[in-house]
Design a protein around this ligand. Sequence first.
Ligand code: ZN
Length: 504
Amino acid sequence: MTRRFIAALMRHETNTFSPVPTPLRDFGRIGPTDGPARGAEALRVYRGTNNPVAAYIDLAAAEGAELVFPIAANAHPSAPAPGEIVALCADAICAAVAKGCDALFLDLHGAMVTQEHDDGEGELLRRIRAVAPDLPIAVALDFHTNLSAAMVDNATVIAGYRTYPHIDMYETGERAGRTLIRALNCEVDPVMVWHSLPVLTHMNRHAPSMQPMRDMYARAIAAESSGAVLNASVFGCFPLADIPHVGLSAIVVADGSRDAGERLLYDILREGWDRRDEFVFAVEPVADSIAAAKAFDDGPVLLIDHGDNTGSGGNQDVMAVLAEVMRQGLEDVCAGPFCDPQSVAQMIAAGVGATVTIQLGGKVDMPAMGLRGEPLEVSGIVRRITDGQFTVTGPMFTGVALNIGRCAVLDTGSVEILVSEGRYEPFDTGAFTHAGIDPARKKYVLLKSRQHFRAGFEPLAKHIVMVSGPGACTSDYSLFPWKNLRRPIYPLDPETESNLPTQS
Ligand SMILES: [Zn+2]
């Protein structure tokens, strides 16, 4: 008899300090959708892309199974989402399950906070489990998951991205999905063990390409590749969330017994705990970083303004770093995109070739951070106006058609400033090239990003300067007004003790 698989997607990385709202209509992040995509549209938008759910679609086809894709809700990182989004996804999935289902394959983020629940994914899984107590459920999670008991207790198999920038999304879906299908075929018996350490890793220091995560992940990958365990994943955590279950964590899916999984889990996290000081990022004043960049003879030099990164919930219109670049007189710069629909409209009204003076950015206050928006007055020539549409050619979200809203380029003589109506973390050069700017030919490229720029821009960079600008995702974690975070937690509380079990 033909098996019936259900795939669904619910993704939102919630920065609880972000001033950027998250209305339901924003859950159509990919594709021309108003709100979550459903059924045939979800299939059309995600099939063939570098996303876990695309792997689920292919796995179902390879198994000759029927695939139902009831809902894909995907929003850009921002403030806590309305609680209805979890209800909407849970209802759509449960309705599909009720019509008959052999296995459920979920593509989730792992750091969703709603106005009602500090663990959006845990709540979704709890609701599904309540109506389908024995349903085999595979879950693919982002590297920035804050892993919780509710997620693990209500799933069968969990696997996480092993890259940051995230370029193994499809592969993660394959890893989780394959294990679940092997379980359906009675070839394996997945048993999950997990643990979360009281360590708030810094996002600039926790990528799997860097130490100590690299060594931790080497253990996980070796165990999974050798078949010693079914899946092994480490999660860097999403630190910009004022909730109790934030922390560096790992999960191992063992076959049949907890023993092999527990040993590996302990070894991975022991390494992370012993080397926790390597997860700390030292913040440098903005003026010092720009001065250091100015001293380079050759370019492109990437200036990474990571305190206002929309990919982590930033409003993408904090002007402090560009202001400093202009104050120190850097030449041959391209910068952006800055999100400022008002300035885009003003430049479109003026037209290409017009000389304008605009009050750029600074439109959004950041009350959780105690910061007011401060526009930067800039004058220049409007060089280009675009519809903001391009297709990703780089390794992250390859092939996905993006629309970042109408764009305008303001040329000050020293700086070509890309201004967009929408928010977009530049992980692909397309945002610039579609507007006639070739970042590879610039001396300086100022980007509002933290790590995902590496996917598209690192190959063309001679130097990378990390600039700790102000904003809702500041790299100075002592500036966040923490209220609900688990305490003690390292490094905010330097004397934090390990919660690892003592090994005999
Ligand atoms: Zn992530």
